[in-house]
Design a protein around this ligand. Structure first.
Ligand code: PGA
Length: 251
């Protein structure tokens, strides 16, 4: 049984007042059984404070992106080492919003994943097809190409997480159907096992895209869905904790 990961992606949301959500989640986790890993990736400006608020608790924190280099003349970027220094232990990489807004290629994502490994962060490598790609019947080939090229060649084992996030389901309220999720997650699992052997069956594959308290239990009950990457619903502690509850309900 793979231990699920319930991960919140706050995106570009949150100023100091939102630290109360971190506190509520920390308190909520202390009252719950320990059945899943729980993570919040706040904006970089809050990471250090969020990590301090979560210290000693079951809640982990992480970044939403990192540069491939450890330091240097890269105005506006932050490195994997900086995320670790601010208390983070994970980093989201290759989110579709970064692929679209910042022209990030899978090859760039792979370099960032190497940087994450260098800084002892666990990368959450995101993949997902657009609506046009789905309608053109290209979903599985798009995902397979993204997986192939975004996981660094130097990766030797299951020390990363994959998140399948259909672009058309992100922030739209449209959730992929159980059949669509199963088809893609099963294909990702097969590809990981082909490439990494036994440890490919231990990689956590998260679903992301309008996951909410009302649909989380069904999604995480699927064989190759090992948790969720949650945007909008992670901004409210009660919703996020309900999704955590759904994540541990199958144990
Ligand atoms: P959403 O975002 O839950 O708001 O759809 C998910 C994500 O982009 O990670």
């Amino acid at each position: 049984m793979i231990r699920p990961l319930i991960a919140g992606n706050w995106k570009m949301n949150g100023v100091a007042g939102m630290l109360s959500v971190i506190e509520e989640v920390v308190n909520g986790l202390s009252e719950r059984s320990d059945g899943a890993d729980c993570l919040i990736c706040p904006p970089a400006t809050l990471l250090d404070r969020a990590s301090r608020a979560a210290r000693g608790s079951a809640l982990k924190t992480g970044g939403q992106d990192c540069h491939a280099e450890p330091s240097g003349a890269h105005t506006g970027d932050i490195s994997a080492e900086m995320i670790a220094d601010a208390g983070g232990s994970y980093v989201i990489l290759g989110h579709s919003e970064r692929r679209a807004d910042h022209n990030e290629s899978s090859e760039m994502v792979a370099s960032k994943a190497e940087a994450a490994a260098r800084a002892n962060l666990t990368p959450i490598i995101c993949v997902g097809e657009t609506l046009d790609e789905r309608e053109a019947g290209q979903t599985l080939s798009v995902i397979s190409g993204q997986i192939d090229n975004s996981i660094p060649e130097t990766a030797t084992d299951a020390s990363f997480v994959v998140a399948y996030e259909p672009v058309w389901a992100i922030g739209t309220g449209k959730v992929a159907t159980v059949e669509q999720v199963e088809e893609v997650h099963n294909a990702i699992r097969k590809q990981l096992v082909q490439r990494f052997g036994g440890s490919g069956s231990d990689v956590r594959i998260l679903y992301g895209g309008s996951m909410k308290p009302g649909n989380a239990a069904e999604l995480v009950s699927l064989e190759n869905v090992n948790g969720g990457l949650i945007g909008g619903a992670s901004l409210k502690a009660s919703d996020f904790l309900s999704i955590y509850d759904a994540g541990i309900s199958n144990l």
